[in-house]
Write a protein that binds this ligand. Sequence first.
Ligand code: SR1
Ligand code: MG
Length: 407
Amino acid sequence: MTVFTSAYFTMTEQEAVEYAKTRLNFFAPDADLECREIGDGNLNYVFKLTDHKYHKSLIIKQAGPVARISDEFKLSPDRNRIEYEILDLQNKLAPGFVPKVFNYDPIMNCTAMEDLSDYTIMRTALMQHKKFPLFADHITTFMVNTLLLTSDVVLVHKEKKELVQKFTNPELCGISEDLVFTEPFYDCPRNEVFEGTREFAKKEIWEDSKMQLETAKLKFDFMNHAQSLLHGDLHTGSIFVKEDSTKVIDPEFAFYGPAGYDVGNVIANLIFAYVNAKYTISEDESRADQLGYLKNTMEDIIDLFKKKFLQAWDEKATEQTARYEGFKEYYLDTVLRDTAAAAGLELCRRIIGLASVKDVTSIEEYSSRAAAEKICLSAGKMFIMDRESFKSGADFVRVLGDCEKRF
Ligand code: SR1
Ligand code: MG
């Protein structure tokens, strides 16, 4: 019999079944269990356990000692603790927007959580050109609740500092510092650049020392501005959707950073869906329809975020100085500036850096993929360089239109 209580090891599917039977009080003793490892992310192992007798299912997510994307990334499996603790907290701050967690095991570094098989990963659904009209409303509630309610605006300063300590996440932050802020902005050997884009990246990004300077400022801000407890990797592969519900998963990159980082990541990933739709939908009417939906969603996300943020501020702010006239508007402006910057960084790093996105890499036709990538890089550059000027949803969407005209 396998022992799960003395030392950590990465499980096989069979061992995950044994683990569920002996360590979790979830399935009936006579359950008929089947297990499949379904992880397709860059870091972890995800076991889906199904009981064919009583029709129940469960996910066990286990952190491995190295990243799946590359064994260059050696990571402490303790990130699973961060993920468990933040899911628990997010469930209190934004009930219904994250999966339920049932158990965390600090020896096996795994968490048992709700199976969301009736949902689809949003990136996949958008690549199938589906629409989710409630998404903007859902994701803005999630972001306002998790970002504003963990900040000094709402939390008592001591409680906030305890959270900063608890969610200090040096290894995963180190990955973002390298992959998001540093490597895409020079000709780093670890970058994976599409041939049709290389010359453009060289001229527009690597040879632009003004842009490099701005990315250095943003990197230091990411490392030093402990404003809100971030999800830290809020792309469309970290979001499960169905028509009437949205669940945010995979918060293992969580830490205290600039609030706009999460919002900007959502916007950038909708732009990846946008260029995918633009270059892969052949029928004019369906293409215009999907592009219109994505533009409206981006605009709504920014405008709803602003509205809900100011409303939550009025209702929940406890810090005395946060109620001084003009302060909340000033603060929100800085969050929008950081949103634009984060959108720009994500757009550049997914095109140039190591961790690409399928929305773009699956565009088969060479010149279409190159055009899609150039739109993303130009928009990314504008978001970074002009970040102070973004005040509304319309401002964000306008960049996309301007960049589209160029290619
Ligand atoms: C080594 S991990 C590469 C990327 O995958 C994660 O989802 C994060 O986005 C990270 O940057
Ligand atoms: Mg992830």
